[in-house]
Design a protein around this ligand. Structure first.
Ligand SMILES: Cc1cc2nc3c(=O)[nH]c(=O)nc-3n(C[C@H](O)[C@H](O)[C@H](O)COP(=O)(O)O)c2cc1C
Length: 187
């Protein structure tokens, strides 16, 4: 059974739960899935495909996920890789959020040339101002960041199901390139 790694970077836990839902759907589609936060000791060579995701902060992925991609670029360039971003910008401004996500993917491709994602997705996240230190709460109140849980579980699970189909097709038929990409964007 093909082994899949789902790895992620999260500060307050909403991306952790998105990664867990993606892992559940990939498992349900007949893949052997490990899900864990992005960290240097992960042995990418054990896996047949990798899904990497991160929460967006300040228009960038949290660094643990970017560092994981750059640090493992040689291994990742030989595997099917899927990427997802979790953020709340798209709740009010979907076009700006897509531009941000596309820029993040393009920057990863520049920093780690040679790997080519078979699928990418942008999902709405969850944000609670009370998680922030007091001084940042005031700034955030002025910035008007959308509050609450905007995660669309149907969109997340639907993307993961289509990704599972794509990975099984590619990995069952290794050597030949299965066509198609899996896009999944909220908003
Ligand atoms: C200081 C701060 C900066 C943020 N910057 C962005 C951003 O640039 N783009 C975006 O879409 N969301 C942004 N967000 C929203 C988070 O990405 C969102 O709340 C996400 O679900 C957090 O994931 P986590 O719970 O896994 O840390 C920001 C949130 C905070 C508190």
């Amino acid at each position: 059974m093909p082994r899949i790694l789902v790895t992620y970077a999260s500060r307050y836990g909403s991306t952790t739960e998105v990664a867990a839902a993606i892992a559940e759907e990939l498992t349900a589609s007949g893949l052997d899935v490990d899900v864990m936060s992005a960290r240097p000791e992960i042995q990418v060579a054990k896996y047949d495909a990798v899904v990497v995701g991160a929460a967006a902060y300040g228009r960038k992925w949290l660094p643990d996920a970017s560092v994981f991609v750059v640090g493992n670029q040689d291994s990742l360039s030989k595997l099917p890789v899927a990427l997802f971003t979790v953020g709340t910008l798209g709740v009010k401004n979907p076009k700006a959020a897509l531009r941000e996500h596309d820029r993040i993917v393009a920057t990863l491709n520049e920093l780690a040339p040679g790997f080519n994602p078979v699928a990418t997705a942008l999902f709405h996240g969850s944000f609670t101002r009370s998680n922030l230190p007091l001084c940042l709460r005031v700034l955030d109140w002025m910035a008007g960041t959308p509050q609450g849980d905007h995660r669309d579980w149907d969109a997340i699970r639907g993307w993961a199901q289509r990704l599972g189909d794509l990975l099984r097709e590619r990995l069952d038929d290794s050597g030949s390139e299965a066509g198609g990409e899996v896009e999944g964007n909220d908003g």
